[in-house]
Design a protein around this ligand. Structure first.
Ligand SMILES: O=c1ccn([C@@H]2O[C@H](COP(=O)(O)OP(=O)(O)O[C@H]3O[C@@H](CO)[C@H](O)[C@H]3O)[C@@H](O)[C@H]2O)c(=O)[nH]1
Ligand SMILES: [Mn+2]
Length: 392
């Protein structure tokens, strides 16, 4: 990886945790070391807790496996998915920081090769069905600089969003941009930003059917923009490269029940995104999508993904209208109150679609109870739950 001569300044170093769900060794952190080393990592080890996950030297981290989750949450651990990346939300719950950045362990930063050369190489490899070994990581901005994804997420979160009126020059708070003519001055203050949703070069986050019909499609398009998702619009939130303000929206970031024992998978982040957006719209909070990009290196198996997703593909035709018409009473002024109300509506409206949604609605309540237990502002909770291994 090209060594950047200047060390990035670790913005919000003591106010942000990096949450990584994993079933693999975390060698990918070597590529991120210049950007991540100053931060505290919360690693959520999924699958077999007896397996040892190797973490490169020099990182400050805590690691939680399934035994830790069961020990800390007791019966409430039932709301945390097993054998699915949805388990990452446990890291959101145990963190004590204001901000969270979550990233998958097959996402990389920059490349020893210029982007166009690598993508040419990539297309040649694809033609001969040879995946570029994931030693490469490619996410360079148009100037060819390594993308500091974390820094861009922080910029996104620290500047307002504009959900009430679309700015045609996109992010008006960005260097070299502003509100365009006709933009109401009364709305130019914007609203607080709760979510920063990043994107992916190389392997796009496609669903299984799309992956199956387009196995070699790669995302080579770097769109140099950050946009606010307008109020009233839903969007497919991907958990791969995502940051959020935990104090503004943390309790809504429950990645729904997936994986082992569940009829559906790979809708965990989507579920969280739909619940979160309804609540952000109700509370007047903003959601941004666009920069930063990461290089997504590994395409998961589309056939395995199809088995996980297939019920979701037809259920979502009923789920989306539910969220599009969901309204929350004005008495709901906290995220928890909104989330509990939403859980009731899920049970009443989607419980008819499948019993799974009754179980999910109950799990949403369990999540809030567990969240409040671990995060209530009382002395009793100032002690942080300890993972089995020594805190790093
Ligand atoms: O059982 C599991 C499987 C994986 N993980 C960890 O979760 C992330 C994502 O895994 P992976 O990159 O293998 O899968 P993708 O299909 O690319 O993931 C996309 O689908 C979403 C899953 O809902 C995910 O957010 C998207 O990126 C890795 O860190 C694995 O180590 C796991 O914890 N448990
Ligand atoms: Mn992946």
């Amino acid at each position: 990886m090209a060594e950047s001569s200047v060390k990035p300044v670790p913005l919000l170093k003591d106010e942000l945790d990096i949450v990584i769900p994993t079933i693999r060794n975390l060698d990918f952190l070597e590529m991120w070391r210049p950007f991540f080393q100053p931060y505290h990592l919360i690693i959520v080890q999924d699958g077999d807790p007896s397996k040892t996950i190797k973490v490169p030297e020099g990182f400050d981290y805590e690691l939680y496996n399934r035994n830790d989750i069961n020990r800390i949450l007791g019966p409430k651990a039932s709301c945390i998915s097993f054998k699915d990346s949805a388990c990452r939300c446990f890291g959101f719950m145990v963190s004590k920081k204001k901000y969270i950045f979550t990233i998958d362990d097959d996402c990389f930063v920059s490349s020893p090769f210029p982007l166009d050369l690598l993508l040419l190489l990539g297309s040649v490899c694809c033609l001969v069905k040879y995946e570029i070994p994931c030693l490469v990581e490619v996410a360079k901005d148009p100037s060819g600089k390594d993308i500091n994804a974390l820094e861009q997420h922080i910029k996104n979160l620290l500047s307002p969003s504009t959900p009430l009126f679309f700015n045609t020059l996109y992010d008006p708070y960005r260097e070299g941009a502003d509100f365009v003519r006709g933009y109401p001055f009364s709305l130019r203050e914007g609203v607080p930003t709760a979510i920063s949703h990043g994107l992916w070069l190389n392997i796009p986050d496609y669903d299984a059917p799309t992956q199956l019909v387009k196995p070699r499609e790669r995302n080579t398009r770097y769109v140099d923009a950050v946009m606010t998702v307008p109020k009233g619009a839903l969007f497919p939130m991907c958990g791969m490269n995502l940051a959020f303000d935990r104090e503004l929206i943390g309790p809504a970031m429950y990645f729904g029940l997936m994986g082992d024992g569940q009829p559906i998978g790979r809708y965990d982040d989507m579920w969280a995104g739909w619940c979160m957006k309804v609540i952000c719209d109700h509370l007047g909070l903003g959601v941004k999508t666009g920069l930063p990009y990461i290089w997504h290196s590994k395409a998961s198996n589309p056939f395995v993904n199809l088995k996980k997703e297939y019920k979701g593909i037809f259920w979502q035709e009923e789920i989306i209208p539910f969220f599009q018409s969901a309204t929350l009473p004005k008495e709901c002024t906290s995220v928890q109150q909104c989330y509990i109300e939403l859980s009731k509506q899920v049970k009443a409206s989607l419980g008819k679609v499948d019993d799974y949604f009754i179980k999910l609605a109950d799990a949403m309540l369990t999540w809030i109870e567990a969240w409040d237990e671990l995060n209530a502002p009382s002395e009793a909770n100032s002690a942080k739950p300890q993972p089995n291994g020594p805190a790093k």
